[in-house]
Design a protein around this ligand. Sequence first.
Ligand code: CUA
Length: 346
Amino acid sequence: MGAVRFIPPSASTFASQYDALFWFFMLSCGLAFLATSAVMVYFALRYRRGAGRYEKDKGHSHTMVEVLWSMPVLFVVTALFVWGARLYVNAYTPPEDATEIYVTGKQWMWKLQHPSGKREINEMHIPVDTPIKLTMTSEDVIHSFFVPAFRLKRDVLPGRYTSMWFEATEPGEYHLFCAEYCGTEHSRMVGKVVVMGAKQYQDWIRGDESQSGDRLLASVASKLTLPEKEAVAEAADPANDEASADGAPDPSMVAAGETLFQQKACVGCHNQNPGAACPNLHGAWGELHEMQSGELVAFDENYVTESILYPQRKLVKGYPPIMPAFEGQLTQEEISQLIAYIKSLK
Ligand code: CUA
């Protein structure tokens, strides 16, 4: 048995920053509590009934006293706001070079895919000292991706993408929780994050098949409930995964997306040929585009998803409404692969 922990271990660059803010907050609240309590007790004793200190009509306020107590409070809460806002903005602004991992929440498991194509269930292997960006979505209800040791938590929503980033500082294994009540097995929607040295991570990504693919699925399957088992069986089914049929590793996210882009015939229209009938996707990522309504829309995960599922909702100005809707024809993971591919088109 380890010692009782009042706070989780600190294993990300955010952890010490958030902890500093947390302790500053606790300290200032504690001091405010002590100060008010002390004054209250003092007044209660000094002006108690029968002490003969009650004086009539001395007025109810004293400007100097008001200023003296309110200024430090104003200063402290302003500092808390600025400090917290800076951490918040930083936490939601991933660095450009962050390694992107796609996360899909599903009742009741976490499915992850690395840029190399490697998949995991309820486990996330990452390298130490490397910025990692998580692009997350849900197949069904709202979940919440929570790694206490990284001081990291964000809701994972159906029908849209959210993201967050972090940088792990200590190799080791850490708890991963779902922090949003998402159904009967919510409390078992847990997993682990494995932080590894750069070299071990490369080895892990490259192979060590004993820890990936079907055997990983099999080891996870023994602990699952029936609907989860069905989902795992579906994921392990070679028919759903061309790569595993011949024992080769999964194709990278970008390659899988490119294959889909061809299979679904997107490429027939979204290409770079002069006079193509559809918007050219090369170099489109991250830019603002003008829609037929005149509205400017950012070309990001959420816009791409919406346009794949419901193409007519936001038409790019100057293009006819000819794209078929893919609602119900793609899994959430396939959409993520298409996104990874579209993102790669420079
Ligand atoms: Cu997923 Cu709670």
